[in-house]
Design a protein around this ligand. Sequence first.
Ligand code: GLA
Length: 672
Amino acid sequence: MYFGVDYYPEHWPEERWPIDAEMMKQANINIVRLAEFAWAKMEPEEGVYDFAWLDRAIEVLAGAGIKIVLGTPTATAPKWLMDKYPDMYPVDVYGLSKGFGTRRHYCVNHPVYRDYSKQIARVMAEHYRDHPHVVAWQIDNEFGGACYCQSDLHAFRIWLRKKYGTIDRLNAEWGTVFWSQTYRSWEEIILPVYSASDGFSQNGGASSLLSTPYNHNPGLLLDYQRFFSDATAEYQRLQIEEIRACSELPITHNLMGHFSELDYFDLGKDLDFVCWDNYPNTMWGKSSPASVSMAHDLMRGIKNQNFWMMEQQSGPCGWHSMGDTPEPGQIRLWTYQAIAHGAEGMVYFRWRACTVGIEQYWHGILDHDGIGRRRYREITAIGSEIAKLSPLYLHAKNDNAVALVKSYDNVWSHRAQPHNLKFSYDTLLKGYYTAVAGHHVGVDVTSAETDFSPYKLVLMPAFNLMTEVIAAKCEAYVASGGALLVTFRSGTRTWNNQMTTLTFPGLFRELAGVELEEFDSVNFGRTVGVNGSFGEGTASIWCDVLKSNGAETLAEYSSHYYNGTPAVTVNTYGKGRVYYVGCDLDADALARLAGIILEREGIAASLPKAYEGVEAIERIAEDGRAYLMLLNHNSEPVEVELNGVYTDALSGEAVEGELSLEPYAVHVLLNS
Ligand code: GLA
């Protein structure tokens, strides 16, 4: 298994390189990622290429037995290029151009930037074609969000023409009859920039005047987001084609977990493997263990295949200030958390904290003085463990019975019009993930296009935009015995973001065996009681007022004017069942509801009881050996009861009955 670091030899004197390489070797490091921001070093003047420094760095690393992932440097266009074409700078919704001085200062739709990007990718690929130590390529670095420049406008019109064919069709799909928005030609189409109805006073929930405006035609907003995502995938493809012309090596791009500005399912289609960057604790916040695990599961779901960590946090992190320093054992815990959910390459960010640039505080394994201390020793130990057990991890499978569907189209639709200011689609998905995973049941996070048939339970919370094709697929899955869970706001819109004229929950109505009489957006500190098979709970965002068309009631509302009416139902349809959850639920109640559903559906947990902050992930190695990874995210020890009889893969000891997990402990237990 590849185990390595992100390394920036260009930041350090050459005399240091052999010391770094030797220290890496001692730490069991066998791969580094290089060059993804070094355009100005590789092409200091237009058309003048210098790879000599990079060749020497690779040679030094190769001498220590270290392999290389090469990044194309297009996230950091050099100054000479930006000065030559200043209209390549990205533009925000207010028409402000974002200038030089950091990175990602370009637009993916700018034709000239596309040419320069292809050129540098091609020149690099030609230079390093057949290089014995280069093993993979990374395109650019962490593709980001939208731009509103003239290149986008031009490309957006072309994209729309391709999608709709005629302007009349576009007008019909967007419903431009509303407020005289009718477009007479493609040339009249706009980008969803700052509009007359935007601004602080009109933009509910806006915390500042410069918050992103969303007061636009919903069809326009959604299509713009789809367009920008497609354009980014196209930009990525252009570079991939250049590299492909010279090299058969696998190509990746480093994604950002829950980041949802781009459709990662689409972006992943052209990649040979997915990798991602995980920073659980930085100046910007701390992620819950479940949120990180869900991100890992989503990254695995992008291609339904294992992935790499291309940047895994290895020190205190931030730009202007820092998050917490990882405690002893935490880097190891995060490493195994990633592996448990499908990582089969582990690259830490970064080798050594930098003395210059905005990331001076973004610490890596070594501090600024280059001396290996506690974190270096921890990484070294992890490296030797992984080297020993890598056959268990490489090509291993997480064979889960539950799928959670994430739809980027739905992210974008909900974000523009969240129904209730407290509602977030991502938060709802995380809530369901946490509730199920908390019972020690594995979850695949996947797209609506995935094959549902291997699953016992498919969760589609707030699947708002809906199509006949998806409805038919759900119907077939349930009819043949699957269980489906849908919630409030499911099926309320068409795929192009119009409200459906079907009675809610629209295309889910037959399946769910319920229909909405009306609904209640819960505001101003009010909560609604819910009472049922899972005990008491509360809703504080949304309540559907339901009429059952044959569905069994699992819980009722216990307050407000719809007191006594169904809140949660289950309907038998063909050989399967459809759960309808008409309201949001507090985390506790949702966890209890998840427990009841898992039991009804006969989905077994990895541990006999639920332990807070403990993960128990079942996997199957390539050679068929089954094993359980136990992770204690708590800073206190936890006693857990085990289901079976195991052998600890690291110590070789037999384990059964009770096991005491030390703070941040990791156990890899082979099924006996
Ligand atoms: C991202 C980038 C890295 C680095 C880290 C820290 O993940 O890919 O280059 O900048 O953030 O900010």
